[in-house]
Design a binder for this molecule. Structure first.
Ligand code: UDP
Ligand code: MG
Length: 317
């Protein structure tokens, strides 16, 4: 069977990535050349760098590359919108120009040699192909530990996400059009894509180290990303509050009986410790629960405002 070369776009979000852009574009261009020679992709395939409001020379580099190479396009966001929004901006901008899109981080920690396999799965009828890390040997112990914990927690909370899959994936134009109908402002793409529901498959690759520059996901951002993912996709935490509330109520019934018995048998008067403890415990639980509910209300607040998720300032095609 002869397979027609695919019209592929690769979308790369970039935030202060001046240290990696040259090398990244070199590697992607070399891969494009090879894939064109193998008739995997057609000559109209493109690499699209999305500058997510960087304050270093990222946009200068991208415009330079776009001028130099026909295969490279650039999109500049007006300000930093965050990884998920920047990626989404790229996907939505190109979805009507191509057959499928692969998203990948600028630091190429995800092995680009998995791309041909993704395309062949696309050719055999998959609308979504997830890149999944086969190992985490080169991650630090801390990153590995927190990441695995995160995926387990998400599963526990009933969120359907692909284990060890980040944002390295192929999506068909059809799947992207479906994704464009999700209008949420709190974006967590790896939770949203499985909700699209078309036929999907997995490609394994081993994750490398960032070859230059620093991680744009310090611990603070990582935790807030994980928390966002949970509260955008699961109401189990709120339900757990109800469970804790019910359990506390049951305990308080037992305590009431106990107190009464103590009183009637003349042992009252010594209750200081238990009162102190329960005031603190119950007060703490109430505050915690209110805080958690507040988080969800905050999200609703953001959603009802329907602010744009990103604003494009300039496009270099
Ligand atoms: N990124 C972005 N906007 C941000 C933060 C990160 O577009 O506000 C991009 C970044 O340029 C990179 C990708 O998101 O292409 C993943 O970031 P990084 O590799 O630093 O994360 P890590 O691999 O350390 O989790
Ligand atoms: Mg990285």
């Amino acid at each position: 069977m002869i397979i027609k070369p695919v019209n592929l776009y690769i979308v790369v979000p970039c935030y202060n990535e001046e240290a990696v852009l040259r090398e990244t574009s070199k590697q992607l261009l070399a891969l494009f050349e090879k894939m064109r020679a193998d008739s995997l992709i057609d000559s109209l395939s493109r690499i699209v760098f999305v500058d997510d409001g960087s304050y270093d020379r990222t946009w200068e580099l991208i415009s330079g590359l776009a001028a130099e190479y026909d295969e490279i396009y650039g999109i500049k966001l007006a300000k930093n919108a965050g990884h998920q929004n920047a990626l989404f901006a790229g996907l939505m901008t190109v979805k009507d120009s191509c057959e499928c899109v692969i998203s990948i981080d600028a630091d190429l920690q995800d092995d680009i040699n998995a791309i041909p396999e993704m395309i062949s799965k696309f050719n055999s009828g998959c609308d979504v192909v997830y890149g999944v890390r086969s190992d985490r040997e080169r991650d630090s112990f801390f990153k590995r530990f927190t990441a695995v914990g995160f995926y387990k927690l998400m599963r526990f909370l009933g969120v359907n996400i692909v284990y060890n899959h980040a944002d390295y994936r192929l999506m068909s134009a059809r799947a992207l059009n479906a994704l464009s109908q999700f209008s949420e402002v709190n974006m967590f793409l790896r939770g949203m894509v499985p909700l699209v529901g078309y036929k999907s498959d997995i490609v394994y690759y081993s994750r490398g180290e960032r070859f230059a520059g620093e991680s744009k996901y310090p611990l603070r951002k990582m935790l807030s990303f994980a928390f966002d993912g949970i509260t955008s996709f699961s109401i189990t935490p709120i339900r757990m509050i109800s469970v804790i509330g019910t359990v506390s109520f049951l305990i308080s019934v037992v305590m009431a009986v106990y107190t009464l018995v103590q009183k009637l048998t003349g042992h009252a008067g010594m209750g200081w410790a238990s009162i102190m403890m329960s005031i603190w415990f119950i007060g703490g639980m109430i505050l915690l629960s209110l805080g958690l509910i507040g988080e969800y209300i905050g999200k609703i607040y953001k959603e009802v405002k329907r602010r744009p998720r990103y604003i494009i300032e300039e496009v270099k095609f």
